[in-house]
Design a protein around this ligand. Structure first.
Ligand SMILES: [Mn+2]
Length: 300
C-alpha cells in the first residue's frame, strides 16, 4: 500500500473509533464537521489522482485521537468490530484481561468525555461496586448484578458538569464490550434469556438473544421525565450502548406501571434475570455453540 492508501485506511479507522465523522471532527478540534464529511465523501469515491490526506490533517487527527506521532502513516491491525447502527466500538486505550475459564474481564475506555473501567464476572455472586457519580444509574446497575448473579465493578469519571448523558451512554458501551469479551465464543451457553418482573403496579418483560447482532426494541414510556435528578431518556441510550457493543438482540417491554422508579427497576431486574438465563451454561449444550451456523461470536 502506498502512503495515501494507508492514510485513507487509517482515516476510516479513526472514524470508526470515534463513532462517526462528527465525533472525530470534534475530537480533532473542528467546530464544524463539514470539511471532514467532504473529505470522507471524496475518499470514498476513490478518485484516481485525487488528493489524499494532507500531512497537516494527519497530524491533527493523530493528536485529536491521542495517537503517537506518525500513526497515520503506519498500517494497523483491525482492533475494532465491524460497524453496526450508529455506534461502534471505540477505544484507543483499551485494556483487556481475560481468563476464559472464569469468564472475568476488565475493560477500560478513556475518551475526553468519560474514563471508565468495568470488571465483570459472569459466574459471580451478584456483587456490585459502583463509583460513577450517578446514584440512580448505580441503583439500576446493582439490579443487573444482583438479579443477573454477575459481579460488576464500574468506575467512571465522566463530564457530569455537563449532564449525565455521556456517563450513562458510555457505561452502556463499556458494559456491552465487557459482556461480549467475557462471553468469548459462547460455547455451551443457553444463548436466549427472558424474564418478567413485577414491582407493585409495574410489570416489565425482557427477552434477549446473544445473537452476535445488535438490535434493540424498546417499549418503555415512562410516566414522568425525571426520576429525582435522573433523566429517564438516558436509559434508552444506555441500552443502545449495550446492544451495539455486546452484539445482542434485546427486547424491552414495560407492560404496566405508573411509578417511573418502579418502571425502571422492573426493566433492570428483568434484564438481569434474562441475562443470567442466557449466559448460564446449559449442560446439554456442553462443548457446543448454540447455533446451527456453528458461530455466534462474529457479526453474521
Ligand atoms: Mn428502587
Amino acid at each position: 500500500m502506498d502512503k495515501k492508501a494507508i492514510r485513507t485506511e487509517n482515516f476510516f479507522r479513526l472514524i470508526k473509533e470515534a463513532g462517526n465523522v462528527s465525533k472525530l471532527s470534534r475530537a480533532c478540534g473542528y467546530t464544524n464537521p463539514a470539511s471532514l464529511h467532504q473529505l470522507r465523501a471524496r475518499l470514498e469515491k476513490n478518485e484516481e489522482g485525487g488528493r489524499g490526506i494532507s500531512s497537516v490533517l494527519a497530524t491533527k487527527l493523530e493528536q485529536g485521537m491521542k495517537k503517537p506521532n506518525g500513526w497515520m502513516d503506519k498500517r494497523h491491525r483491525d482492533e475494532t468490530q465491524p460497524a453496526f447502527g450508529n455506534k461502534q466500538t471505540v477505544d484507543s486505550t483499551h485494556s483487556l484481561a481475560t481468563n476464559n475459564s472464569d469468564r472475568i474481564v476488565s475493560v477500560t475506555r478513556n475518551t475526553k468525555e468519560t474514563q471508565i473501567t468495568i470488571t465483570i464476572n459472569l459466574d459471580g455472586s451478584g456483587q456490585g461496586r459502583f463509583d460513577t457519580g450517578v446514584p440512580f444509574l448505580e441503583h439500576m446497575l446493582d439490579q443487573i448484578a444482583r438479579h443477573g448473579m454477575i459481579d460488576l465493578d464500574v468506575t467512571c469519571k465522566g463530564d457530569l458538569h455537563i449532564d449525565d448523558h455521556h456517563t450513562v451512554e458510555d457505561i452502556g458501551i463499556v458494559f456491552g464490550q465487557a459482556l461480549k469479551q467475557a462471553l468469548g465464543d459462547k460455547m455451551g451457553v443457553r444463548r436466549y434469556g427472558h424474564s418478567y418482573v413485577p414491582l407493585d403496579e409495574a410489570l416489565s418483560r425482557v427477552v434477549l438473544d446473544l445473537s452476535g447482532r445488535p438490535g434493540l426494541v424498546y417499549n418503555l414510556a415512562f410516566s414522568r421525565a425525571w426520576i429525582g435528578k435522573f433523566d429517564v431518556d438516558l436509559f434508552e441510550e444506555f441500552f443502545h450502548g449495550v446492544v451495539n457493543h455486546a452484539m445482542i438482540t434485546l427486547h424491552i417491554d414495560n407492560l404496566s406501571g405508573t411509578n417511573a422508579h418502579h418502571q425502571a427497576e422492573t426493566v433492570f431486574k428483568a434484564f438481569g434475570r434474562a441475562l443470567r438465563m442466557a449466559v448460564e451454561f446449559d449442560e446439554r449444550m456442553a462443548g457446543k455453540i448454540p447455533s446451527t451456523k456453528g458461530l455466534l461470536s462474529e457479526s453474521n
